[in-house]
Design a binder for this molecule. Structure first.
Ligand code: FAD
Length: 274
């Protein structure tokens, strides 16, 4: 069976905490390898990610891995977080550069995820299993896709054990990316990031920001459903399940689901995969 993992964002209010609890409970039956919790660059959720990790590890008995970013942070702050995550029992980190929040001017002590990976290895040796981000459709700020792949390779050579991709709806982009990085000598697992579709206008907004392409045929079909939420959900689940099936058949080592703290969209996809 293909291993799966789930990504959550850290709740900030009691209502969001209750929602995470419900989602974590419902998704538990799918026995994910681990779950991860995002981190706001520039410290905006500085106190929320560790709290969520503690909640998911303690109350829900998940192997919960924090995301950690360097944008806007100092070496000292990152050192403090690493110490905290060790104390909470974490053995896995999703390691990212992050993006500078609007209004924040200082980029921090480390410029790229590769420098953060290097820093974590220097500070904590092999304690953490380190995942980094990969972009089958290119990171939106990269000069070109060749340079982006070189930067990805640098990040892995700095000490990453694996990668999780930005979400995409075009399986060929993933297969091509994996071929390219294998040709460049990278042999770590590259796990596809899967974004279930339940709210199409939200996915379209995200996609514009992160550079993920929504194929025209999917966008057209979604538009034709208008306010018919049930058809959007049904078609979205079908399309994403087909994508997952293709990825598994093509050799994807695992699947990482962006849950947005909702159980149903992910469950709907996984139910179709059996
Ligand atoms: P990098 O790998 O540092 O790359 C950023 C850009 O710089 C790329 O264009 C790259 O080509 C270029 N680059 C890299 N190294 C060099 C170099 N040496 N010289 C010149 N250019 C270089 N964001 C959050 O804030 N919090 C999260 O929790 C979070 N989780 C994520 C999880 C996943 C699985 C993914 C895919 C993304 C996540 N993000 C998160 C978003 C991520 O922070 C942004 O996409 C960010 O813009 C880039 O982060 P990175 O780690 O890929 O950066």
């Amino acid at each position: 069976m293909t291993p799966i993992s789930f990504e959550f964002y850290p709740p900030k209010t009691d209502e969001q905490r209750a929602q995470l609890d419900r989602t974590a409970t419902r998704l538990k039956e799918l026995a994910p390898d681990y779950v991860s919790v995002t981190f706001g660059a520039g410290g905006s959720t500085l106190s929320h990610t560790p709290e969520a990790i503690q909640r998911l590890r303690g109350q829900h008995a998940y192997d919960a891995a924090p995301h950690i970013t360097c944008m806007g942070g100092s070496r000292e702050e990152i050192r403090g977080l690493l110490k905290l995550y060790r104390a909470l029992g974490a053995r896995r980190l999703v390691t990212l550069r992050g993006d500078l929040p609007s209004g924040m001017v200082s980029p921090g002590d480390l410029r790229y995820a590769s420098e953060l990976v290097e820093f974590i290895r220097t500070e904590t040796g092999d304690h953490f299993h380190i995942e980094v981000a990969a972009y089958p459709e290119m990171h939106p700020q990269a000069r070109d896709s060749r340079v982006d792949i070189e930067n990805f390779v640098r990040k892995v050579r700095a000490g990453a054990d694996g990668a999780i991709t930005q979400y995409f709806y075009n399986a060929d982009a993933y297969f091509r990316f994996v071929d390219d990085v294998r040709a460049a000598g990278v042999d770590v697992p590259v796990v596809p990031g899967i974004m279930p579709i339940s709210n199409f206008s939200q996915i379209r907004r995200f996609s514009e920001m992160c550079g993920a392409e929504i194929p025209r045929w999917i966008a057209q079909r979604m538009q034709s459903y208008g306010d018919d939420a049930a058809s959007v959900r049904e078609f979205g689940a079908e399309v994403v399940a087909q994508l997952c099936r293709r990825l598994i058949d093509g050799g994807a080592p695992a699947l990482h689901f962006y849950t947005l703290n909702l159980a149903k969209p992910t469950l709907n996809v996984l139910a179709r995969l059996g």
